[in-house]
Unconditional design. Structure first.
Length: 270
């Protein structure tokens, strides 16, 4: 089993790769909700609105496909929800000590993707974030850290909430005084443990730019994702972008001063 941290490191909803007759540790009496929807299997220690969660995660899938070309696969996804942080830590602390610093965590167990989370006011946000990680890692054999985390930060929020994001105002203010996120700096980050709030915010800002600035910026992102999906090695995104569209990244600073979020999307190529 390998583990993948959540973008902000504070999230979890768990879908188990187990079959319905094979319940996660604790026995069937532990789980108030045991539900399977296609390749998604959900267990919960508390009553949860599975219709809303399914709708939210389907929205993530649809937006990811439209904006980036990242598409859901038939690979099983397990979501396990705990009633409290204490229950969450008791379940995971021995095998996944990294969970202690997070509200949720995404694990890759062979071909099975697992999300663990506990009940909180941010549960839906946490699940959207972790499902983004799931889809990125299902679709791509690897993903640059800034892109993986930036996408998860972007899609954790519902579309209507993004223009009101506190991160938007921080990026705009700094850009207007000459301090904009630097892609080359993000590309040098060695691990998620090396990322702080500023690195997550800047990764989010670059994803905002690529998705929302123009059809050209979105197509550039889609092309990069497509090459990695096909098993190619396009290199650092900054180098790929310079080769494909030498002038596009120069518009980033102008975008960061505005941080607009158009409501229309250009479909990605297959």
């Amino acid at each position: 089993m390998t583990w993948c941290s959540s973008g902000t490191g504070l999230r979890t909803l768990l879908i188990c790769v187990l079959t319905l007759c094979c319940v996660p540790a604790g026995g069937s009496d532990r789980w108030v909700v045991q539900e399977q929807r296609g390749s998604l299997l959900m267990y919960s220690e508390f009553e949860v609105d599975t219709e809303r969660i399914t709708a939210e995660l389907s929205e993530v899938d649809s937006e990811l496909a439209e904006t980036t070309g990242i598409r859901a696969t038939e690979g099983r996804v397990e979501i396990v929800l705990f009633a409290s942080r204490q229950s969450y830590l008791q379940y995971l602390s021995a095998s996944v000590p990294q969970a202690a610093a997070r509200r949720a965590i995404f694990l890759k167990n062979g071909e099975i993707s697992q999300i663990y989370a506990y009940n909180s006011r941010s549960l839906v946000v946490d699940l959207r974030h972790e499902m983004t990680h799931v889809r990125v890692h299902q679709h791509m054999p690897y993903a640059p850290l800034w892109l993986d985390e930036g996408l998860a930060e972007y899609f954790e929020e519902e579309e209507a909430a993004r223009p009101r994001s506190s991160r938007r105002e921080a990026v705009r203010w700094k850009a207007r005084v000459g301090i904009s996120p630097t892609l080359s700096t993000l590309e040098r980050i060695p691990s998620a443990e090396s990322m702080g709030a500023e690195e997550y915010r800047n990764s989010w800002a670059w994803v905002c730019f690529l998705i929302n600035d123009s059809a050209g910026s979105r197509q550039l992102l889609q092309g990069y994702v497509r090459q990695i999906h096909r098993g190619e090695a396009p290199g650092k995104f900054s180098e790929y972008a310079a080769a494909e569209n030498s002038g596009l990244l120069s518009r980033a600073n102008s975008y960061f001063r505005k941080m607009t979020f158009p409501l229309t999307f250009v479909s990605s190529e297959e």
